[in-house]
Design a protein around this ligand. Structure first.
Ligand code: G6P
Length: 568
């Protein structure tokens, strides 16, 4: 693509740039008085209600954004994704995470081959294996059932499964199926994370699932070798076959590691790491914990949104609208961040997962054809569940910088609490905040209002809220496995839409490589210095100083240690 073909050179982009001036003349509190506008900005799909009326946008803005989708050929790009075309051009791969949740009879082709039967072959294998483990038919080396699972993985092989596990942990239906089982996640290469994850567990009753798309990720492989040692030092090396299984696209390396290929669960290079929670990456650990039937509901939820995304007209398409509004906020209104604020403790790991999906996908500096971009892409995503966040960073959101917010609320709590004599139920108390915050941000509070309330003059500016701060509200009917799948897919597709408009490749991640290769140079140096007393060479003054201090101050580390495992 020549730079002239960049989306920023098209008329709809320029038109939106000019339109910002119109929007700057209107305060959100005025936009909110137009009931017709607000009505048009509320949308429902299967009981999920999206309200985007608190965006700094008019119906005219929306029309201009729809014109932008035509210039960016968004519909064509969505179709190319679903058709299995190699839209991840820098890695020459198709992008088919939607196939992971397709029903058995669906047909989704990659390179002319329907991949759905392969997907279901693995799902059936997971169902069968997880049932054997859960029923106690599969036992460990000493004949005991395996009731605890430690899933080792990082990035996309960790964050999605952790989000879904955390969300299911308090779902009454899932709880029933989990009965007495534990699922833990070991991600960080920090030995402290090893200590935390094996604390209180016995290798005799533990199954370790090594999850890595490439099976080369340094952190995951060292953690896998560490827990292999934990198992074999406790139960003997032959126990590894009964206590370790793997999920990967690289089955050759799985076998080399010493895991029986029969106990390896495959996925494919057309599944990006951060889009892999619906593959064996998430489905295996979650099925071990909750049973396959619960996980199947999660997959069905995601698929329902896939269908909606693929077929609904853009004016009624939740992921498309969300994606376009994000582009509007980032590229036109100039807001670089986005806060993800679920009013649900069960969604506490949602923001960390979306951080990877969004920032690894859309934090790019060049177009899909390698042309440097004259505009920024991606958002800085962060978030915490409400109401916790309100007592932490909301000050900045209300009176400091403008940060578009996603408020996510749930109609029916997973764990309702009612106390006799209380004004409202505990969930209603939570939701009072969910409904209040978006209006506080949109309307603010004027000095005139404060003076009417007899606020002392010297405090008026301190207590003024400028308002005009955009948010969206998403109200889910409940937080069942099905709804969790829907929420995941809404965000996955929203992020794809943003990338499609910006004209970037949202499915590669070259930006993570440089740090990895420099770490390998440091690893070699640490080895040479500790084992052979070699001087530090090849680093700049600053790094040399830090490395020298590190080596000197930890001279007690044995140069040829025998195995030591955490003793927590
Ligand atoms: O699943 P793995 O191959 O071990 O990769 C784990 C993670 O490693 C890399 O750093 C990538 O940036 C992530 O996208 C990926 O999810």
């Amino acid at each position: 693509m020549a730079s002239s073909a960049l989306i920023s050179n098209t008329e709809p982009w320029k038109d939106l740039k000019a339109h910002v001036e119109d929007i700057n003349k209107i305060h959100l509190s005025d936009l909110m008085t137009d009931t017709h506008r607000c009505q048009s900005m509320i949308l429902e799909f299967e009981g999920n209600l999206l309200d985007y009326s608190r965006q700094r946008a008019t119906l005219d803005t929306l029309n201009k954004l729809f014109s932008l989708t035509e210039a960016a050929r968004v519909k064509e790009k969505i179709n190319r994704m679903f058709n299995g075309e190699r839209i991840n051009s820098t890695e020459d791969r198709s992008v088919l995470h939607v196939a992971l949740r397709a029903p058995r009879d669906a047909i989704i082709n990659s390179d002319g081959k329907n991949v759905v039967p392969d997907v279901w072959a693995v799902l059936d294998k997971i169902r069968e294996f997880s049932e054997r483990v859960r029923s106690g038919a599969w036992v460990g080396a000493t004949g005991k059932p395996l009731k605890d699972v430690v899933a080792i993985g990082i990035g996309g092989s960790f964050l999605g499964p952790l989000f879904v596990h955390t969300a299911l942990q308090t779902d009454p239906e899932a709880i029933e199926f989990a009965g007495g089982r534990q699922l833990r996640f070991l991600a960080n290469v920090d030995p402290v994370d090893v200590a935390r994850n094996i604390a209180g567990l016995s290798p005799e009753t533990t199954l370790v699932v090594v999850v890595s798309k490439t099976f080369t990720t340094a952190e995951t492989m060292l953690n896998a070798r560490t827990l292999r040692e934990w198992i074999s030092s406790g139960l003997g090396p032959q126990a590894v076959a009964k206590h370790m299984v793997a999920v990967s696209t690289n089955l050759t390396l799985v076998e080399k590691f010493g895991i029986d290929p029969n106990n390896a669960f495959a996925f494919w290079d057309w599944v990006g790491g951060r889009y892999s929670v619906c593959s064996a990456v998430g489905v295996l650990p979650l099925s071990l914990q909750y049973g396959f039937s619960i996980v199947e509901k999660f997959l069905k939820g995601a698929w329902s949104i896939d269908q909606h995304f693929h077929s609904a007209p853009f004016e009624k398409n939740i992921p498309v609208l969300l994606g376009l509004l994000s582009v509007w906020n980032v590229s036109f209104l100039g807001y670089p961040a986005r806060a993800i604020l679920p009013y649900s403790q069960a969604l506490e790991k949602f923001a960390p997962h979306i951080q990877q999906v969004s920032m690894e996908s859309n934090g790019k500096g060049v177009s899909i054809d390698g042309v440097p971009l004259p505009y920024e892409t991606g958002e800085i995503d962060f978030g915490e569940p409400g109401t916790n966040g309100q007592h932490s960073f909301y000050q900045l959101i209300h009176q400091g910088r403008v940060i578009p917010c996603d408020f996510i609320g749930i109609v029916n709590s997973q764990q309702p609490v009612y106390l006799e004599g209380e004004v409202v139920s505990n969930h209603d108390e939570l939701m009072s905040n969910f409904f209040a915050q978006p209006d506080a941000l949109a309307y603010g509070k004027t000095p005139e209002q404060l003076l009417m309330e007899n606020v002392p003059q010297h405090l008026v500016t301190h207590k003024t809220f400028s308002g005009n701060r955009p948010s969206i509200s998403l109200l889910l009917p409940s937080l069942s496995a099905y709804n969790i799948g829907q929420l995941l897919a809404i965000y996955e597709h929203r992020i794809a839409v943003e990338g499609f408009v910006w004209g970037i490749n949202s499915f590669d991640q070259w930006g993570v490589e440089l740090g990895k290769s420099l770490a390998s140079q440091v690893r070699k140096q640490l080895h040479a210095s500790r084992k052979k007393g070699k001087p530090i060479e090849g680093f700049n003054f600053s790094t040399t100083t830090m490395l020298s201090r590190y080596l000197q101050a930890s001279a007690n580390v044995p140069s040829d240690p025998s195995t030591v495992l955490p003793k927590m």
